[in-house]
Design a binder for this molecule. Structure first.
Ligand code: AMP
Length: 397
């Protein structure tokens, strides 16, 4: 079975054509500059081949058409006809309270995704555009929506209610939703497989640490708490996002500098986090380099991040009444042995003991805790596309 996985952004679109059963990726790539001019990067892993094309993409429909043309091309294609694509799986950022799992897309589902636009004004419209473009270019091919928020819909109300007047939850749906759900679900399932134990028996803390970061408490395979909130601005500090802060700071800065709310949010979303504190970069690699050359603010930015991850590990162990495994994933989690050591240092009291040698690994599944560590610490590269393809296959079969 071949599933086309689509992740549509406002001016870009990522795709992967894969067989979810064998996990073989036939082709993958990226359309960029949609609505501006248009560029397609197309890769065929089996041939280790990469192609780049300039193709006009006034809208997402032309981008999808360019993807299909590349997949079908006699020179750099991997299939002979569109009929070889059994279904399309779409990443959708926000499913609100309407979706606790992936769904086959029909008119009612599209209407519900549209209703969630106010909750994700930047992301859901792009995801919808991606779906309608595919429906136009590939009529009759079944489509599935896989939501970033769905995995977290199992959180108990004590984890998702903000202590605001209750009407804002009832009337306006203001609550914690959480994001990166597909990644947290994937790595928690892989963790259970690596440990050779049923996920129902396990308490797992999954740390998705990349440009955007969140930590989730997964009890018995269900998300019971997560650090992102109503929006992906919450929780840990990130590349350019502040993460959690005292809301009183907004009033203080807005009054002092006469900022309106848009200017304030621009600061919180684009100029804060690693970039804001370091003044150097939002990229953890640059911060590591700068810190090594003695840049104190770069070192401080990373210190704050590592410390906040450590606090969440402690908090979620408390929330679940224990922890069997801690998982690191995404750009930083998969690639920074030094940060993983820092984030787990001093946690021996709760049964976490790292193996510095085993931890000296990047980008592949590994147990990185000491053999006698009561809590297993795992490195698991995330694979959201595979999760989307597997959900899609399950729903269309
Ligand atoms: P992601 O959003 O998952 O793609 O992660 C991107 C982040 O991972 C960027 O801040 C990168 O700097 C970081 N990253 C990638 N490789 C490394 C590395 N070798 N050491 C530290 N951070 C890394």
């Amino acid at each position: 079975m071949n599933i086309l996985v689509i992740n549509a952004g406002s001016s870009s679109l990522k795709y992967q054509l894969m067989d979810p059963d064998t996990q073989n990726v036939l082709a993958k790539g990226l359309c960029e500059r949609i609505g501006i001019d248009g560029r397609l990067t197309h890769k065929i892993p089996a041939r280790d081949a990469k192609y780049e094309f300039e193709i006009p993409m006034p809208t997402h429909a032309e981008a999808i058409q360019a993807v299909l043309d590349a997949l079908l091309s006699p020179e750099h294609g991997v299939i002979q006809s569109v009929a070889e694509i059994d279904a399309v799986g779409h990443r959708v950022v926000h499913g609100g309270e309407a979706f606790a799992s992936s769904v086959k897309i029909d008119d009612a589902v599209m209407a519900s995704i549209e209703e969630c636009i106010p909750l994700a004004p930047l992301h859901n419209p792009a995801n919808i555009t991606g779906i309608t473009a595919c429906q136009k270019v590939m009529p009759g091919v079944p489509m599935v929506a896989v939501f970033d928020t769905a995995f977290h819909q199992t959180m108990p109300s004590k984890a998702y209610i903000y202590e605001l007047p209750y009407e804002y939850y009832e009337k306006d749906k203001v609550r914690r939703y959480g994001f990166h759900g597909t990644s947290h679900k994937y790595v928690s399932q892989r963790a259970a497989a690596m440990l050779g134990r049923p996920i129902e028996e396990l308490k797992i803390i999954t740390c998705h640490l990349g440009n955007g970061s969140s930590v989730t408490a997964v009890d018995g395979g269900r998300s019971v708490d997560t650090s992102m909130g109503f929006t992906p601005l919450a929780g840990l500090p990130m590349g350019t996002r502040s993460g959690d802060l005292d809301a009183g700071i907004l009033e203080y800065l807005m009054n002092k500098y006469n900022y309106d709310i848009d200017q304030m949010l621009e600061i919180l979303n684009k100029k804060s986090g690693m970039l804001g504190v370091s003044g150097v970069s939002s990229d953890f690699r640059d911060l590591g380099d700068a810190a090594a050359q003695g840049n104190k603010r770069a070192a401080l930015a990373v210190d704050v991040f590592n410390y906040d991850v450590k606090k969440l590990i402690g908090a979620y162990a408390a929330a679940m009444g224990g922890v069997d495994a801690v998982v690191f994933t995404a750009g930083v989690g998969e690639n920074s042995p030094a940060q993983r050591l820092e984030m787990t240092s001093g946690l021996e009291f709760m049964g976490i003991k790292m193996d510095p040698e085993a931890n000296n690994v990047r980008g592949k599944e590994a147990v990185i805790s000491a053999p006698d560590s009561r809590v297993k610490v795992l490195l698991i590269p995330t694979d959201e596309e595979l999760m989307i393809a597997q959900d899609t296959a399950r729903l269309v079969r």
